[in-house]
Design a protein around this ligand. Sequence first.
Ligand code: GRG
Length: 298
Amino acid sequence: MSASLTLQMTDAVSGYRNLIDKALAKYCQFGEGCPPKLREAIKYALLAPGKRIRPILALAAAEACGGQAEAALPAACAVEMIHCYSLVHDDLPAMDDDDLRRGRPTSHVVYGEANAILTGDALLAYAFEILAREIQPPEVAAACVANLARAAGPMALVGGQFDDLAAGQQPRNLEALKAIHRRKTGAMLTVSLELGAKVAGADEDQLKVLTGYGQALGMAFQITDDLLDTVGSCEALGKRTGKDAELDKLTYPGLMGLEASQKEAQRLTDEACAAALSFGEQGRTLELIARFVLERNK
Ligand code: GRG
């Protein structure tokens, strides 16, 4: 990644990251009834050094639509909680069986399998509590709950994961691959933007542009993820590489080759950038995020 893009990106999102990290830490102060060990396991998973792309997208979308980033913080934290739950469960021995995530041993390695399952369950439920309790007005809260539940549910995240795990029994073609990525990766990125926009009172046209941006970004993100699993470094990524081949997963480089995959990721990134820039100056951060997703090495 170019040094200048790294600098611009750090500059544009470090304020967002600070807000998000402080809010996530605040949400980890559980009251009576939450066992101390469970609190520790939740903090371990949620406060680990991830890229925070989804919550950053929520805040950037709120601002692109003329709203305040702070008002979108509960929505931003809720999407990161769902994302972290999905990572903890994805790493379990029954799923991808990983021992390294975000540069650290995975939750089940540190806390045991049953406790890692419960950590994910807790994050899943807590995300919805936060949305329902903290988003105002109540109609917007209800819309956010419904959208996030859909993105995390059987027709999106869980359905995509289900088919991904059964990749050996799926048709091995581009359509099947795209259908998995749209649900497993794209839906959570797109809903992050939608929630931020809804809190900011976005209109239908703004939501439509953001959905287009999210879909292109989601696919570019996943192609890059596949490429990094093939040619990236375990050290930079903080997770094991070569897992896709080991698990016989359907991937872009596997189906299209490296060069065509890189070209397709570039095309989708250009599409996302054009959508972002239709917001004018207010869409600059979204444009930077799209370029970062393409050029990232972790
Ligand atoms: C268990 C329901 C359920 C779903 C799991 C997260 C997931 C779905 C699978 C992880 C494997 C994978 C490669 C998913 C697609 C891309 C993705 C979600 C990568 C991880 O997200 P990043 O790169 O991670 O934003 P950080 O750690 O930076 O937040």
